[in-house]
Write a protein that binds this ligand. Structure first.
Ligand code: G5P
Ligand code: MG
Length: 226
């Protein structure tokens, strides 16, 4: 029995606040891909006060990228545990070195690029609230929680991310232009990049859905495993 043909590996890219987490949750639900977010993993380490979390906290709070070798090790070791599973990577790779580290262990089937104007992003991030343990994301205007300040599923308190202040958002957007946009070119040259442009996730999503419906082989099997 070969389950291997049905494994599909996707990366979702886009500037901070472009909607990667929001779209990833929909992809995970519709297509049964396992969602792995580098930012969620790092924040979980900070919450749990692991050595790695303690070391990386100030870097992340200030909106700086953590060192390539640290994040590559973390992500590649998570991927090692889910070799037979279709997955969706969110937030990794975001430098050339990270893309090469990923390439050394597997080929990516598709890269979904969310292209959202920076001005739209600045407005969104100041009204974002998150449930840290699960990574669930809310927005006061776009998708507010059922009860103000509380997570829909667990009822636990929501928090604002330390790196969502306007100054830190500007820095994250600059880093994105300088360090992550070249990774888009890298995947474009490999012929796997698919760009979705817009200012509203609800308008972008049907296009992403249609694209993945065409792309993902053995979609029923993949969903059965979800
Ligand atoms: P993260 O966690 O990867 P970012 O900066 O890449 O952080 P972020 O901020 O998590 O990305 P997102 O996932 O792209 O954004 O967007 P989202 O959370 O889904 O949506 C943003 C907000 O907009 C939410 O409130 C959502 O509800 C709302 N929204 C969505 N769609 C709409 C819409 O249509 N309309 C409206 N009005 N609102 C909408 O990385 C964090 C840090 O970790 C480190 C770095 O320090 C990084 O800064 N890190 C890494 N460092 C090095 N290398 C890596 N690979 C790293 N990965 C993480
Ligand atoms: Mg995110």
């Amino acid at each position: 029995m070969m389950g291997l043909q049905t494994v599909f590996r996707t990366v979702i890219m886009g500037a901070p606040g472009s909607g990667k987490g929001t779209v990833s949750a929909r992809i995970a639900q519709s297509f049964g891909l396992k969602h792995l977010s580098s930012g969620d993993l790092l924040r979980a380490n900070i919450e749990a006060k692991t050595d790695l979390g303690l070391l990386m906290k100030s870097c992340i709070d200030q909106g700086q990228l953590v060192p390539d070798d640290v994040i590559s090790r973390l992500i590649l070791s998570s991927l090692r545990g889910i070799k037979q599973t279709s997955w969706l990577l969110d937030g990794f790779p975001r430098t050339g070195a990270q893309a090469e580290a990923l390439d050394a262990v597997c080929d990516v089937d598709s890269v979904i690029n969310l292209d959202v104007p920076f001005q739209t992003i600045r407005e969104r991030l100041t009204s974002r609230w998150v449930h840290l343990p699960s990574g669930r994301v809310y927005n006061i205007d776009f998708n507010p929680p059922k009860k103000p300040g509380l997570d829909d599923v667990t009822g636990e308190p929501l928090v604002q991310r330390d790196d969502d202040s306007p100054e830190t958002v500007s820095r994250r957007l600059k880093d994105y232009e300088r360090q992550t946009q070249p990774v888009l070119e890298y995947y474009r040259s490999k012929g796997v990049l698919e760009t979705f442009s817009g200012t509203e996730t609800n308008k972008i999503w049907p296009h992403v859905h249609a694209f993945l419906t065409r792309k993902i082989p053995g979609i029923q099997q993949a969903m059965g495993k979800a």
